[in-house]
Design a protein around this ligand. Structure first.
Ligand SMILES: Nc1ncnc2c1ncn2[C@@H]1O[C@H](COP(=O)(O)OP(=O)(O)O)[C@@H](O)[C@H]1O
Ligand code: SF4
Ligand SMILES: [Mg+2]
Length: 346
């Protein structure tokens, strides 16, 4: 795998927000790699910066208040942060698409489902080969059928308000996949829906990305689904990736004290975030703790943790962890994914 270039390669990404009373230093040197067709999970409590990272990838963070003092986001070798508007348009259509947590906000209430879906399909047609009206319509019908929505013709004439939450979420999935993206970002899909519907939506998503071999970044509080659906998992805490490993390895032997806390906890059934069994809460991003950002909550905190940011240690093959507990076990020479330990902070 090492010789294949990554599809997405985020290097040392910092994102800050200017707010009344200071700067929120949210993303703090994030590194993240994924390959074509890979299914990657991203987990961490609410407020860890997961959505911020995904919005940075698509360059949809509001600027201001957001700004990116440092970092690169390569999609197939090209830095998204430096792309022209035309290249960015191409990436957003057929490269990367995103399903947001709230399907109601993602759909425009004044346009019919058909108008919105057909616009997406039309917009993302390859350059130089525009689709006919009939082709666009037929693809819209197929997209709705793929997400198990019956009576597609009638649905295309409907407005979002006429659909249930579960149906709207399916429409959003259909819309995100209609362009044939290489990467699908699914940011807590179905969290606003009831648990049974949410489960159905996630299973449908699993089936579709497997059939189409789409790479996916799945953000969800349902760790059982992460375990079933992903090949690798990244764990995020307070704007840092703290651990990454193959999914089975991570669940069998979580290394970072934060991951151990997350996995030992039974997820709440009704959303609202992973119910962390770890006392304390996410730090104030205006004044985050020095050293390891997790140190105020860590049961194993040592002196060094209060002053130095832990680099990533490669402990067992592709299992990497950013924690000083592993400094004597791991080799920090061949860091691939976490690549932390870069000196200096903007
Ligand atoms: N538009 C914004 N303006 C100011 N702060 C923001 C904005 N978006 C996100 N943040 C800050 O970033 C932090 C992380 O948020 P987010 O990325 O949504 O976390 P997650 O998706 O992991 O729950 C929030 O706690 C908030 O402080
Ligand atoms: S680096 Fe130190 S404070 Fe941070 S998780 Fe490891 S032991 Fe805990
Ligand atoms: Mg979020």
């Amino acid at each position: 795998m090492a010789t294949v270039p990554p599809l997405l390669d985020i290097k040392d990404l910092y994102v800050q927000f200017s707010v009344y009373g200071g700067q929120l230093k949210v993303l703090d040197g994030v590194n993240f790699i994924m390959y074509a067709g890979e299914k990657v999970g991203l987990v961490g409590e609410t407020g860890c910066g997961k959505t911020t990272m995904m919005k940075a990838i698509l360059r949809v963070l509001p600027t201001p208040p957001a700004h990116i003092p440092r970092g690169e986001i390569y999609f197939k070798g090209q830095d998204i942060l430096k792309m022209s508007a035309d290249d960015l348009k191409r990436v957003r259509g057929r490269g990367i698409s995103m399903i947001f947590q709230d399907p109601t906000a993602a759909l425009n209430p004044v346009f019919s489902i058909g108008e919105q879906l057909e616009a997406v399909i039309h917009y993302s047609a390859p350059q130089g080969r525009p689709l006919s009206r009939q082709e666009v319509h037929q693809r819209a019908v197929t997209s709705l059928q793929e997400v198990a929505l019956a009576d597609a013709e009638r649905l295309l004439r409907s407005y979002p308000i006429q659909l249930s939450g579960g149906m709207r979420q399916r429409v959003c999935i259909g819309m995100a996949l209609a362009t044939g993206p290489e990467v699908l970002i699914a940011d807590e899909p179905g969290t606003s829906l009831d648990v049974t519907i949410q489960d159905q939506v996630l299973r449908l998503l699993k089936k579709l990305v497997e059939e189409k071999n789409t790479a996916i970044i799945l953000i969800t509080h349902t760790l059982g689904i992460v375990r079933e659906m992903t090949d690798r998992v990244y764990v995020m805490y307070a704007g840092n990736i703290v651990e990454v490993a193959a999914t089975e390895k991570l669940f069998a032997r979580p290394l970072h004290p934060y991951t151990q806390g997350l996995i030992s906890t039974v997820p709440r059934l009704t959303g609202g975030g992973i119910a962390s069994g770890i006392p304390g809460r996410i730090p104030d991003y205006r004044n985050p703790p020095a050293g390891c950002r997790f140190h105020p909550r860590c049961p194993y905190v040592m002196d060094i943790c209060r002053t130095e940011k832990p680099p990533a240690y490669q402990v067992d093959g592709d299992h990497e962890v950013a924690c000083f507990l592993y400094r004597d076990q791991g080799s920090s020479a061949q860091l691939r994914s976490l690549r932390q330990g870069v000196k200096g902070t903007p």
